[in-house]
Design a binder for this molecule. Structure first.
Ligand code: CUA
Length: 151
């Protein structure tokens, strides 16, 4: 009978979703601590590599940017790289949750106090890329932006 089949099918789907949700919660619950390096947000300035924020060339067309975020600044701001560069960002927040979004790219990350966020992005097209905080972080949130210039 058709109704019985539908009943069994929908019941099966409910069980399936429950298992999937349970599995995802389990996997994600296990995930973040092992994937994210932690840092004491009170001691960012004394903790390597954040004791020396800035941009370093680490290879041909390859750069590392160590950056701290705090209300309402990116430090360092206004960085410049040559076109074709791959940039490895290492980020943390010194106070509240901030965002790190680079316009015209897929980079869109949360930067939380206590955690180190790592993102790699290649910049092929020359131009001035706007970097925005996309997490509400206080009265100056709207003004929290900087640029990455690709030359
Ligand atoms: Cu920082 Cu919004």
């Amino acid at each position: 009978r058709a109704e019985e089949i539908w009943l069994i099918l929908s019941f099966g789907m409910i069980i399936g979703f429950m298992l999937l949700t349970g599995y995802q919660t389990f996997v994600e619950g296990m995930g973040p601590p092992s994937h994210k390096e932690t840092i004491d947000p009170q001691k960012v300035d004394e903790t390597a590599p954040f004791d020396n924020p800035g941009i370093t060339q680490i290879g041909e067309n390859e750069y590392e940017v160590v950056m701290t975020l705090e209300v309402f600044n990116f430090n360092p701001g206004n960085i410049e790289v040559p076109a074709g560069s791959t940039v490895h960002f290492t980020l943390t927040s010194k106070d509240v949750v901030h965002g790190f979004q680079i316009a015209e790219t897929n980079v869109n990350a949360m930067v939380m106090p206590g955690y180190i966020q790592k993102i790699t992005q290649k910049f092929d097209k020359p131009g001035e890329y706007l970097v925005l905080c996309n997490e509400y972080c206080g009265a100056g949130h709207q003004m929290m932006s900087t640029t990455i210039t690709v030359k």
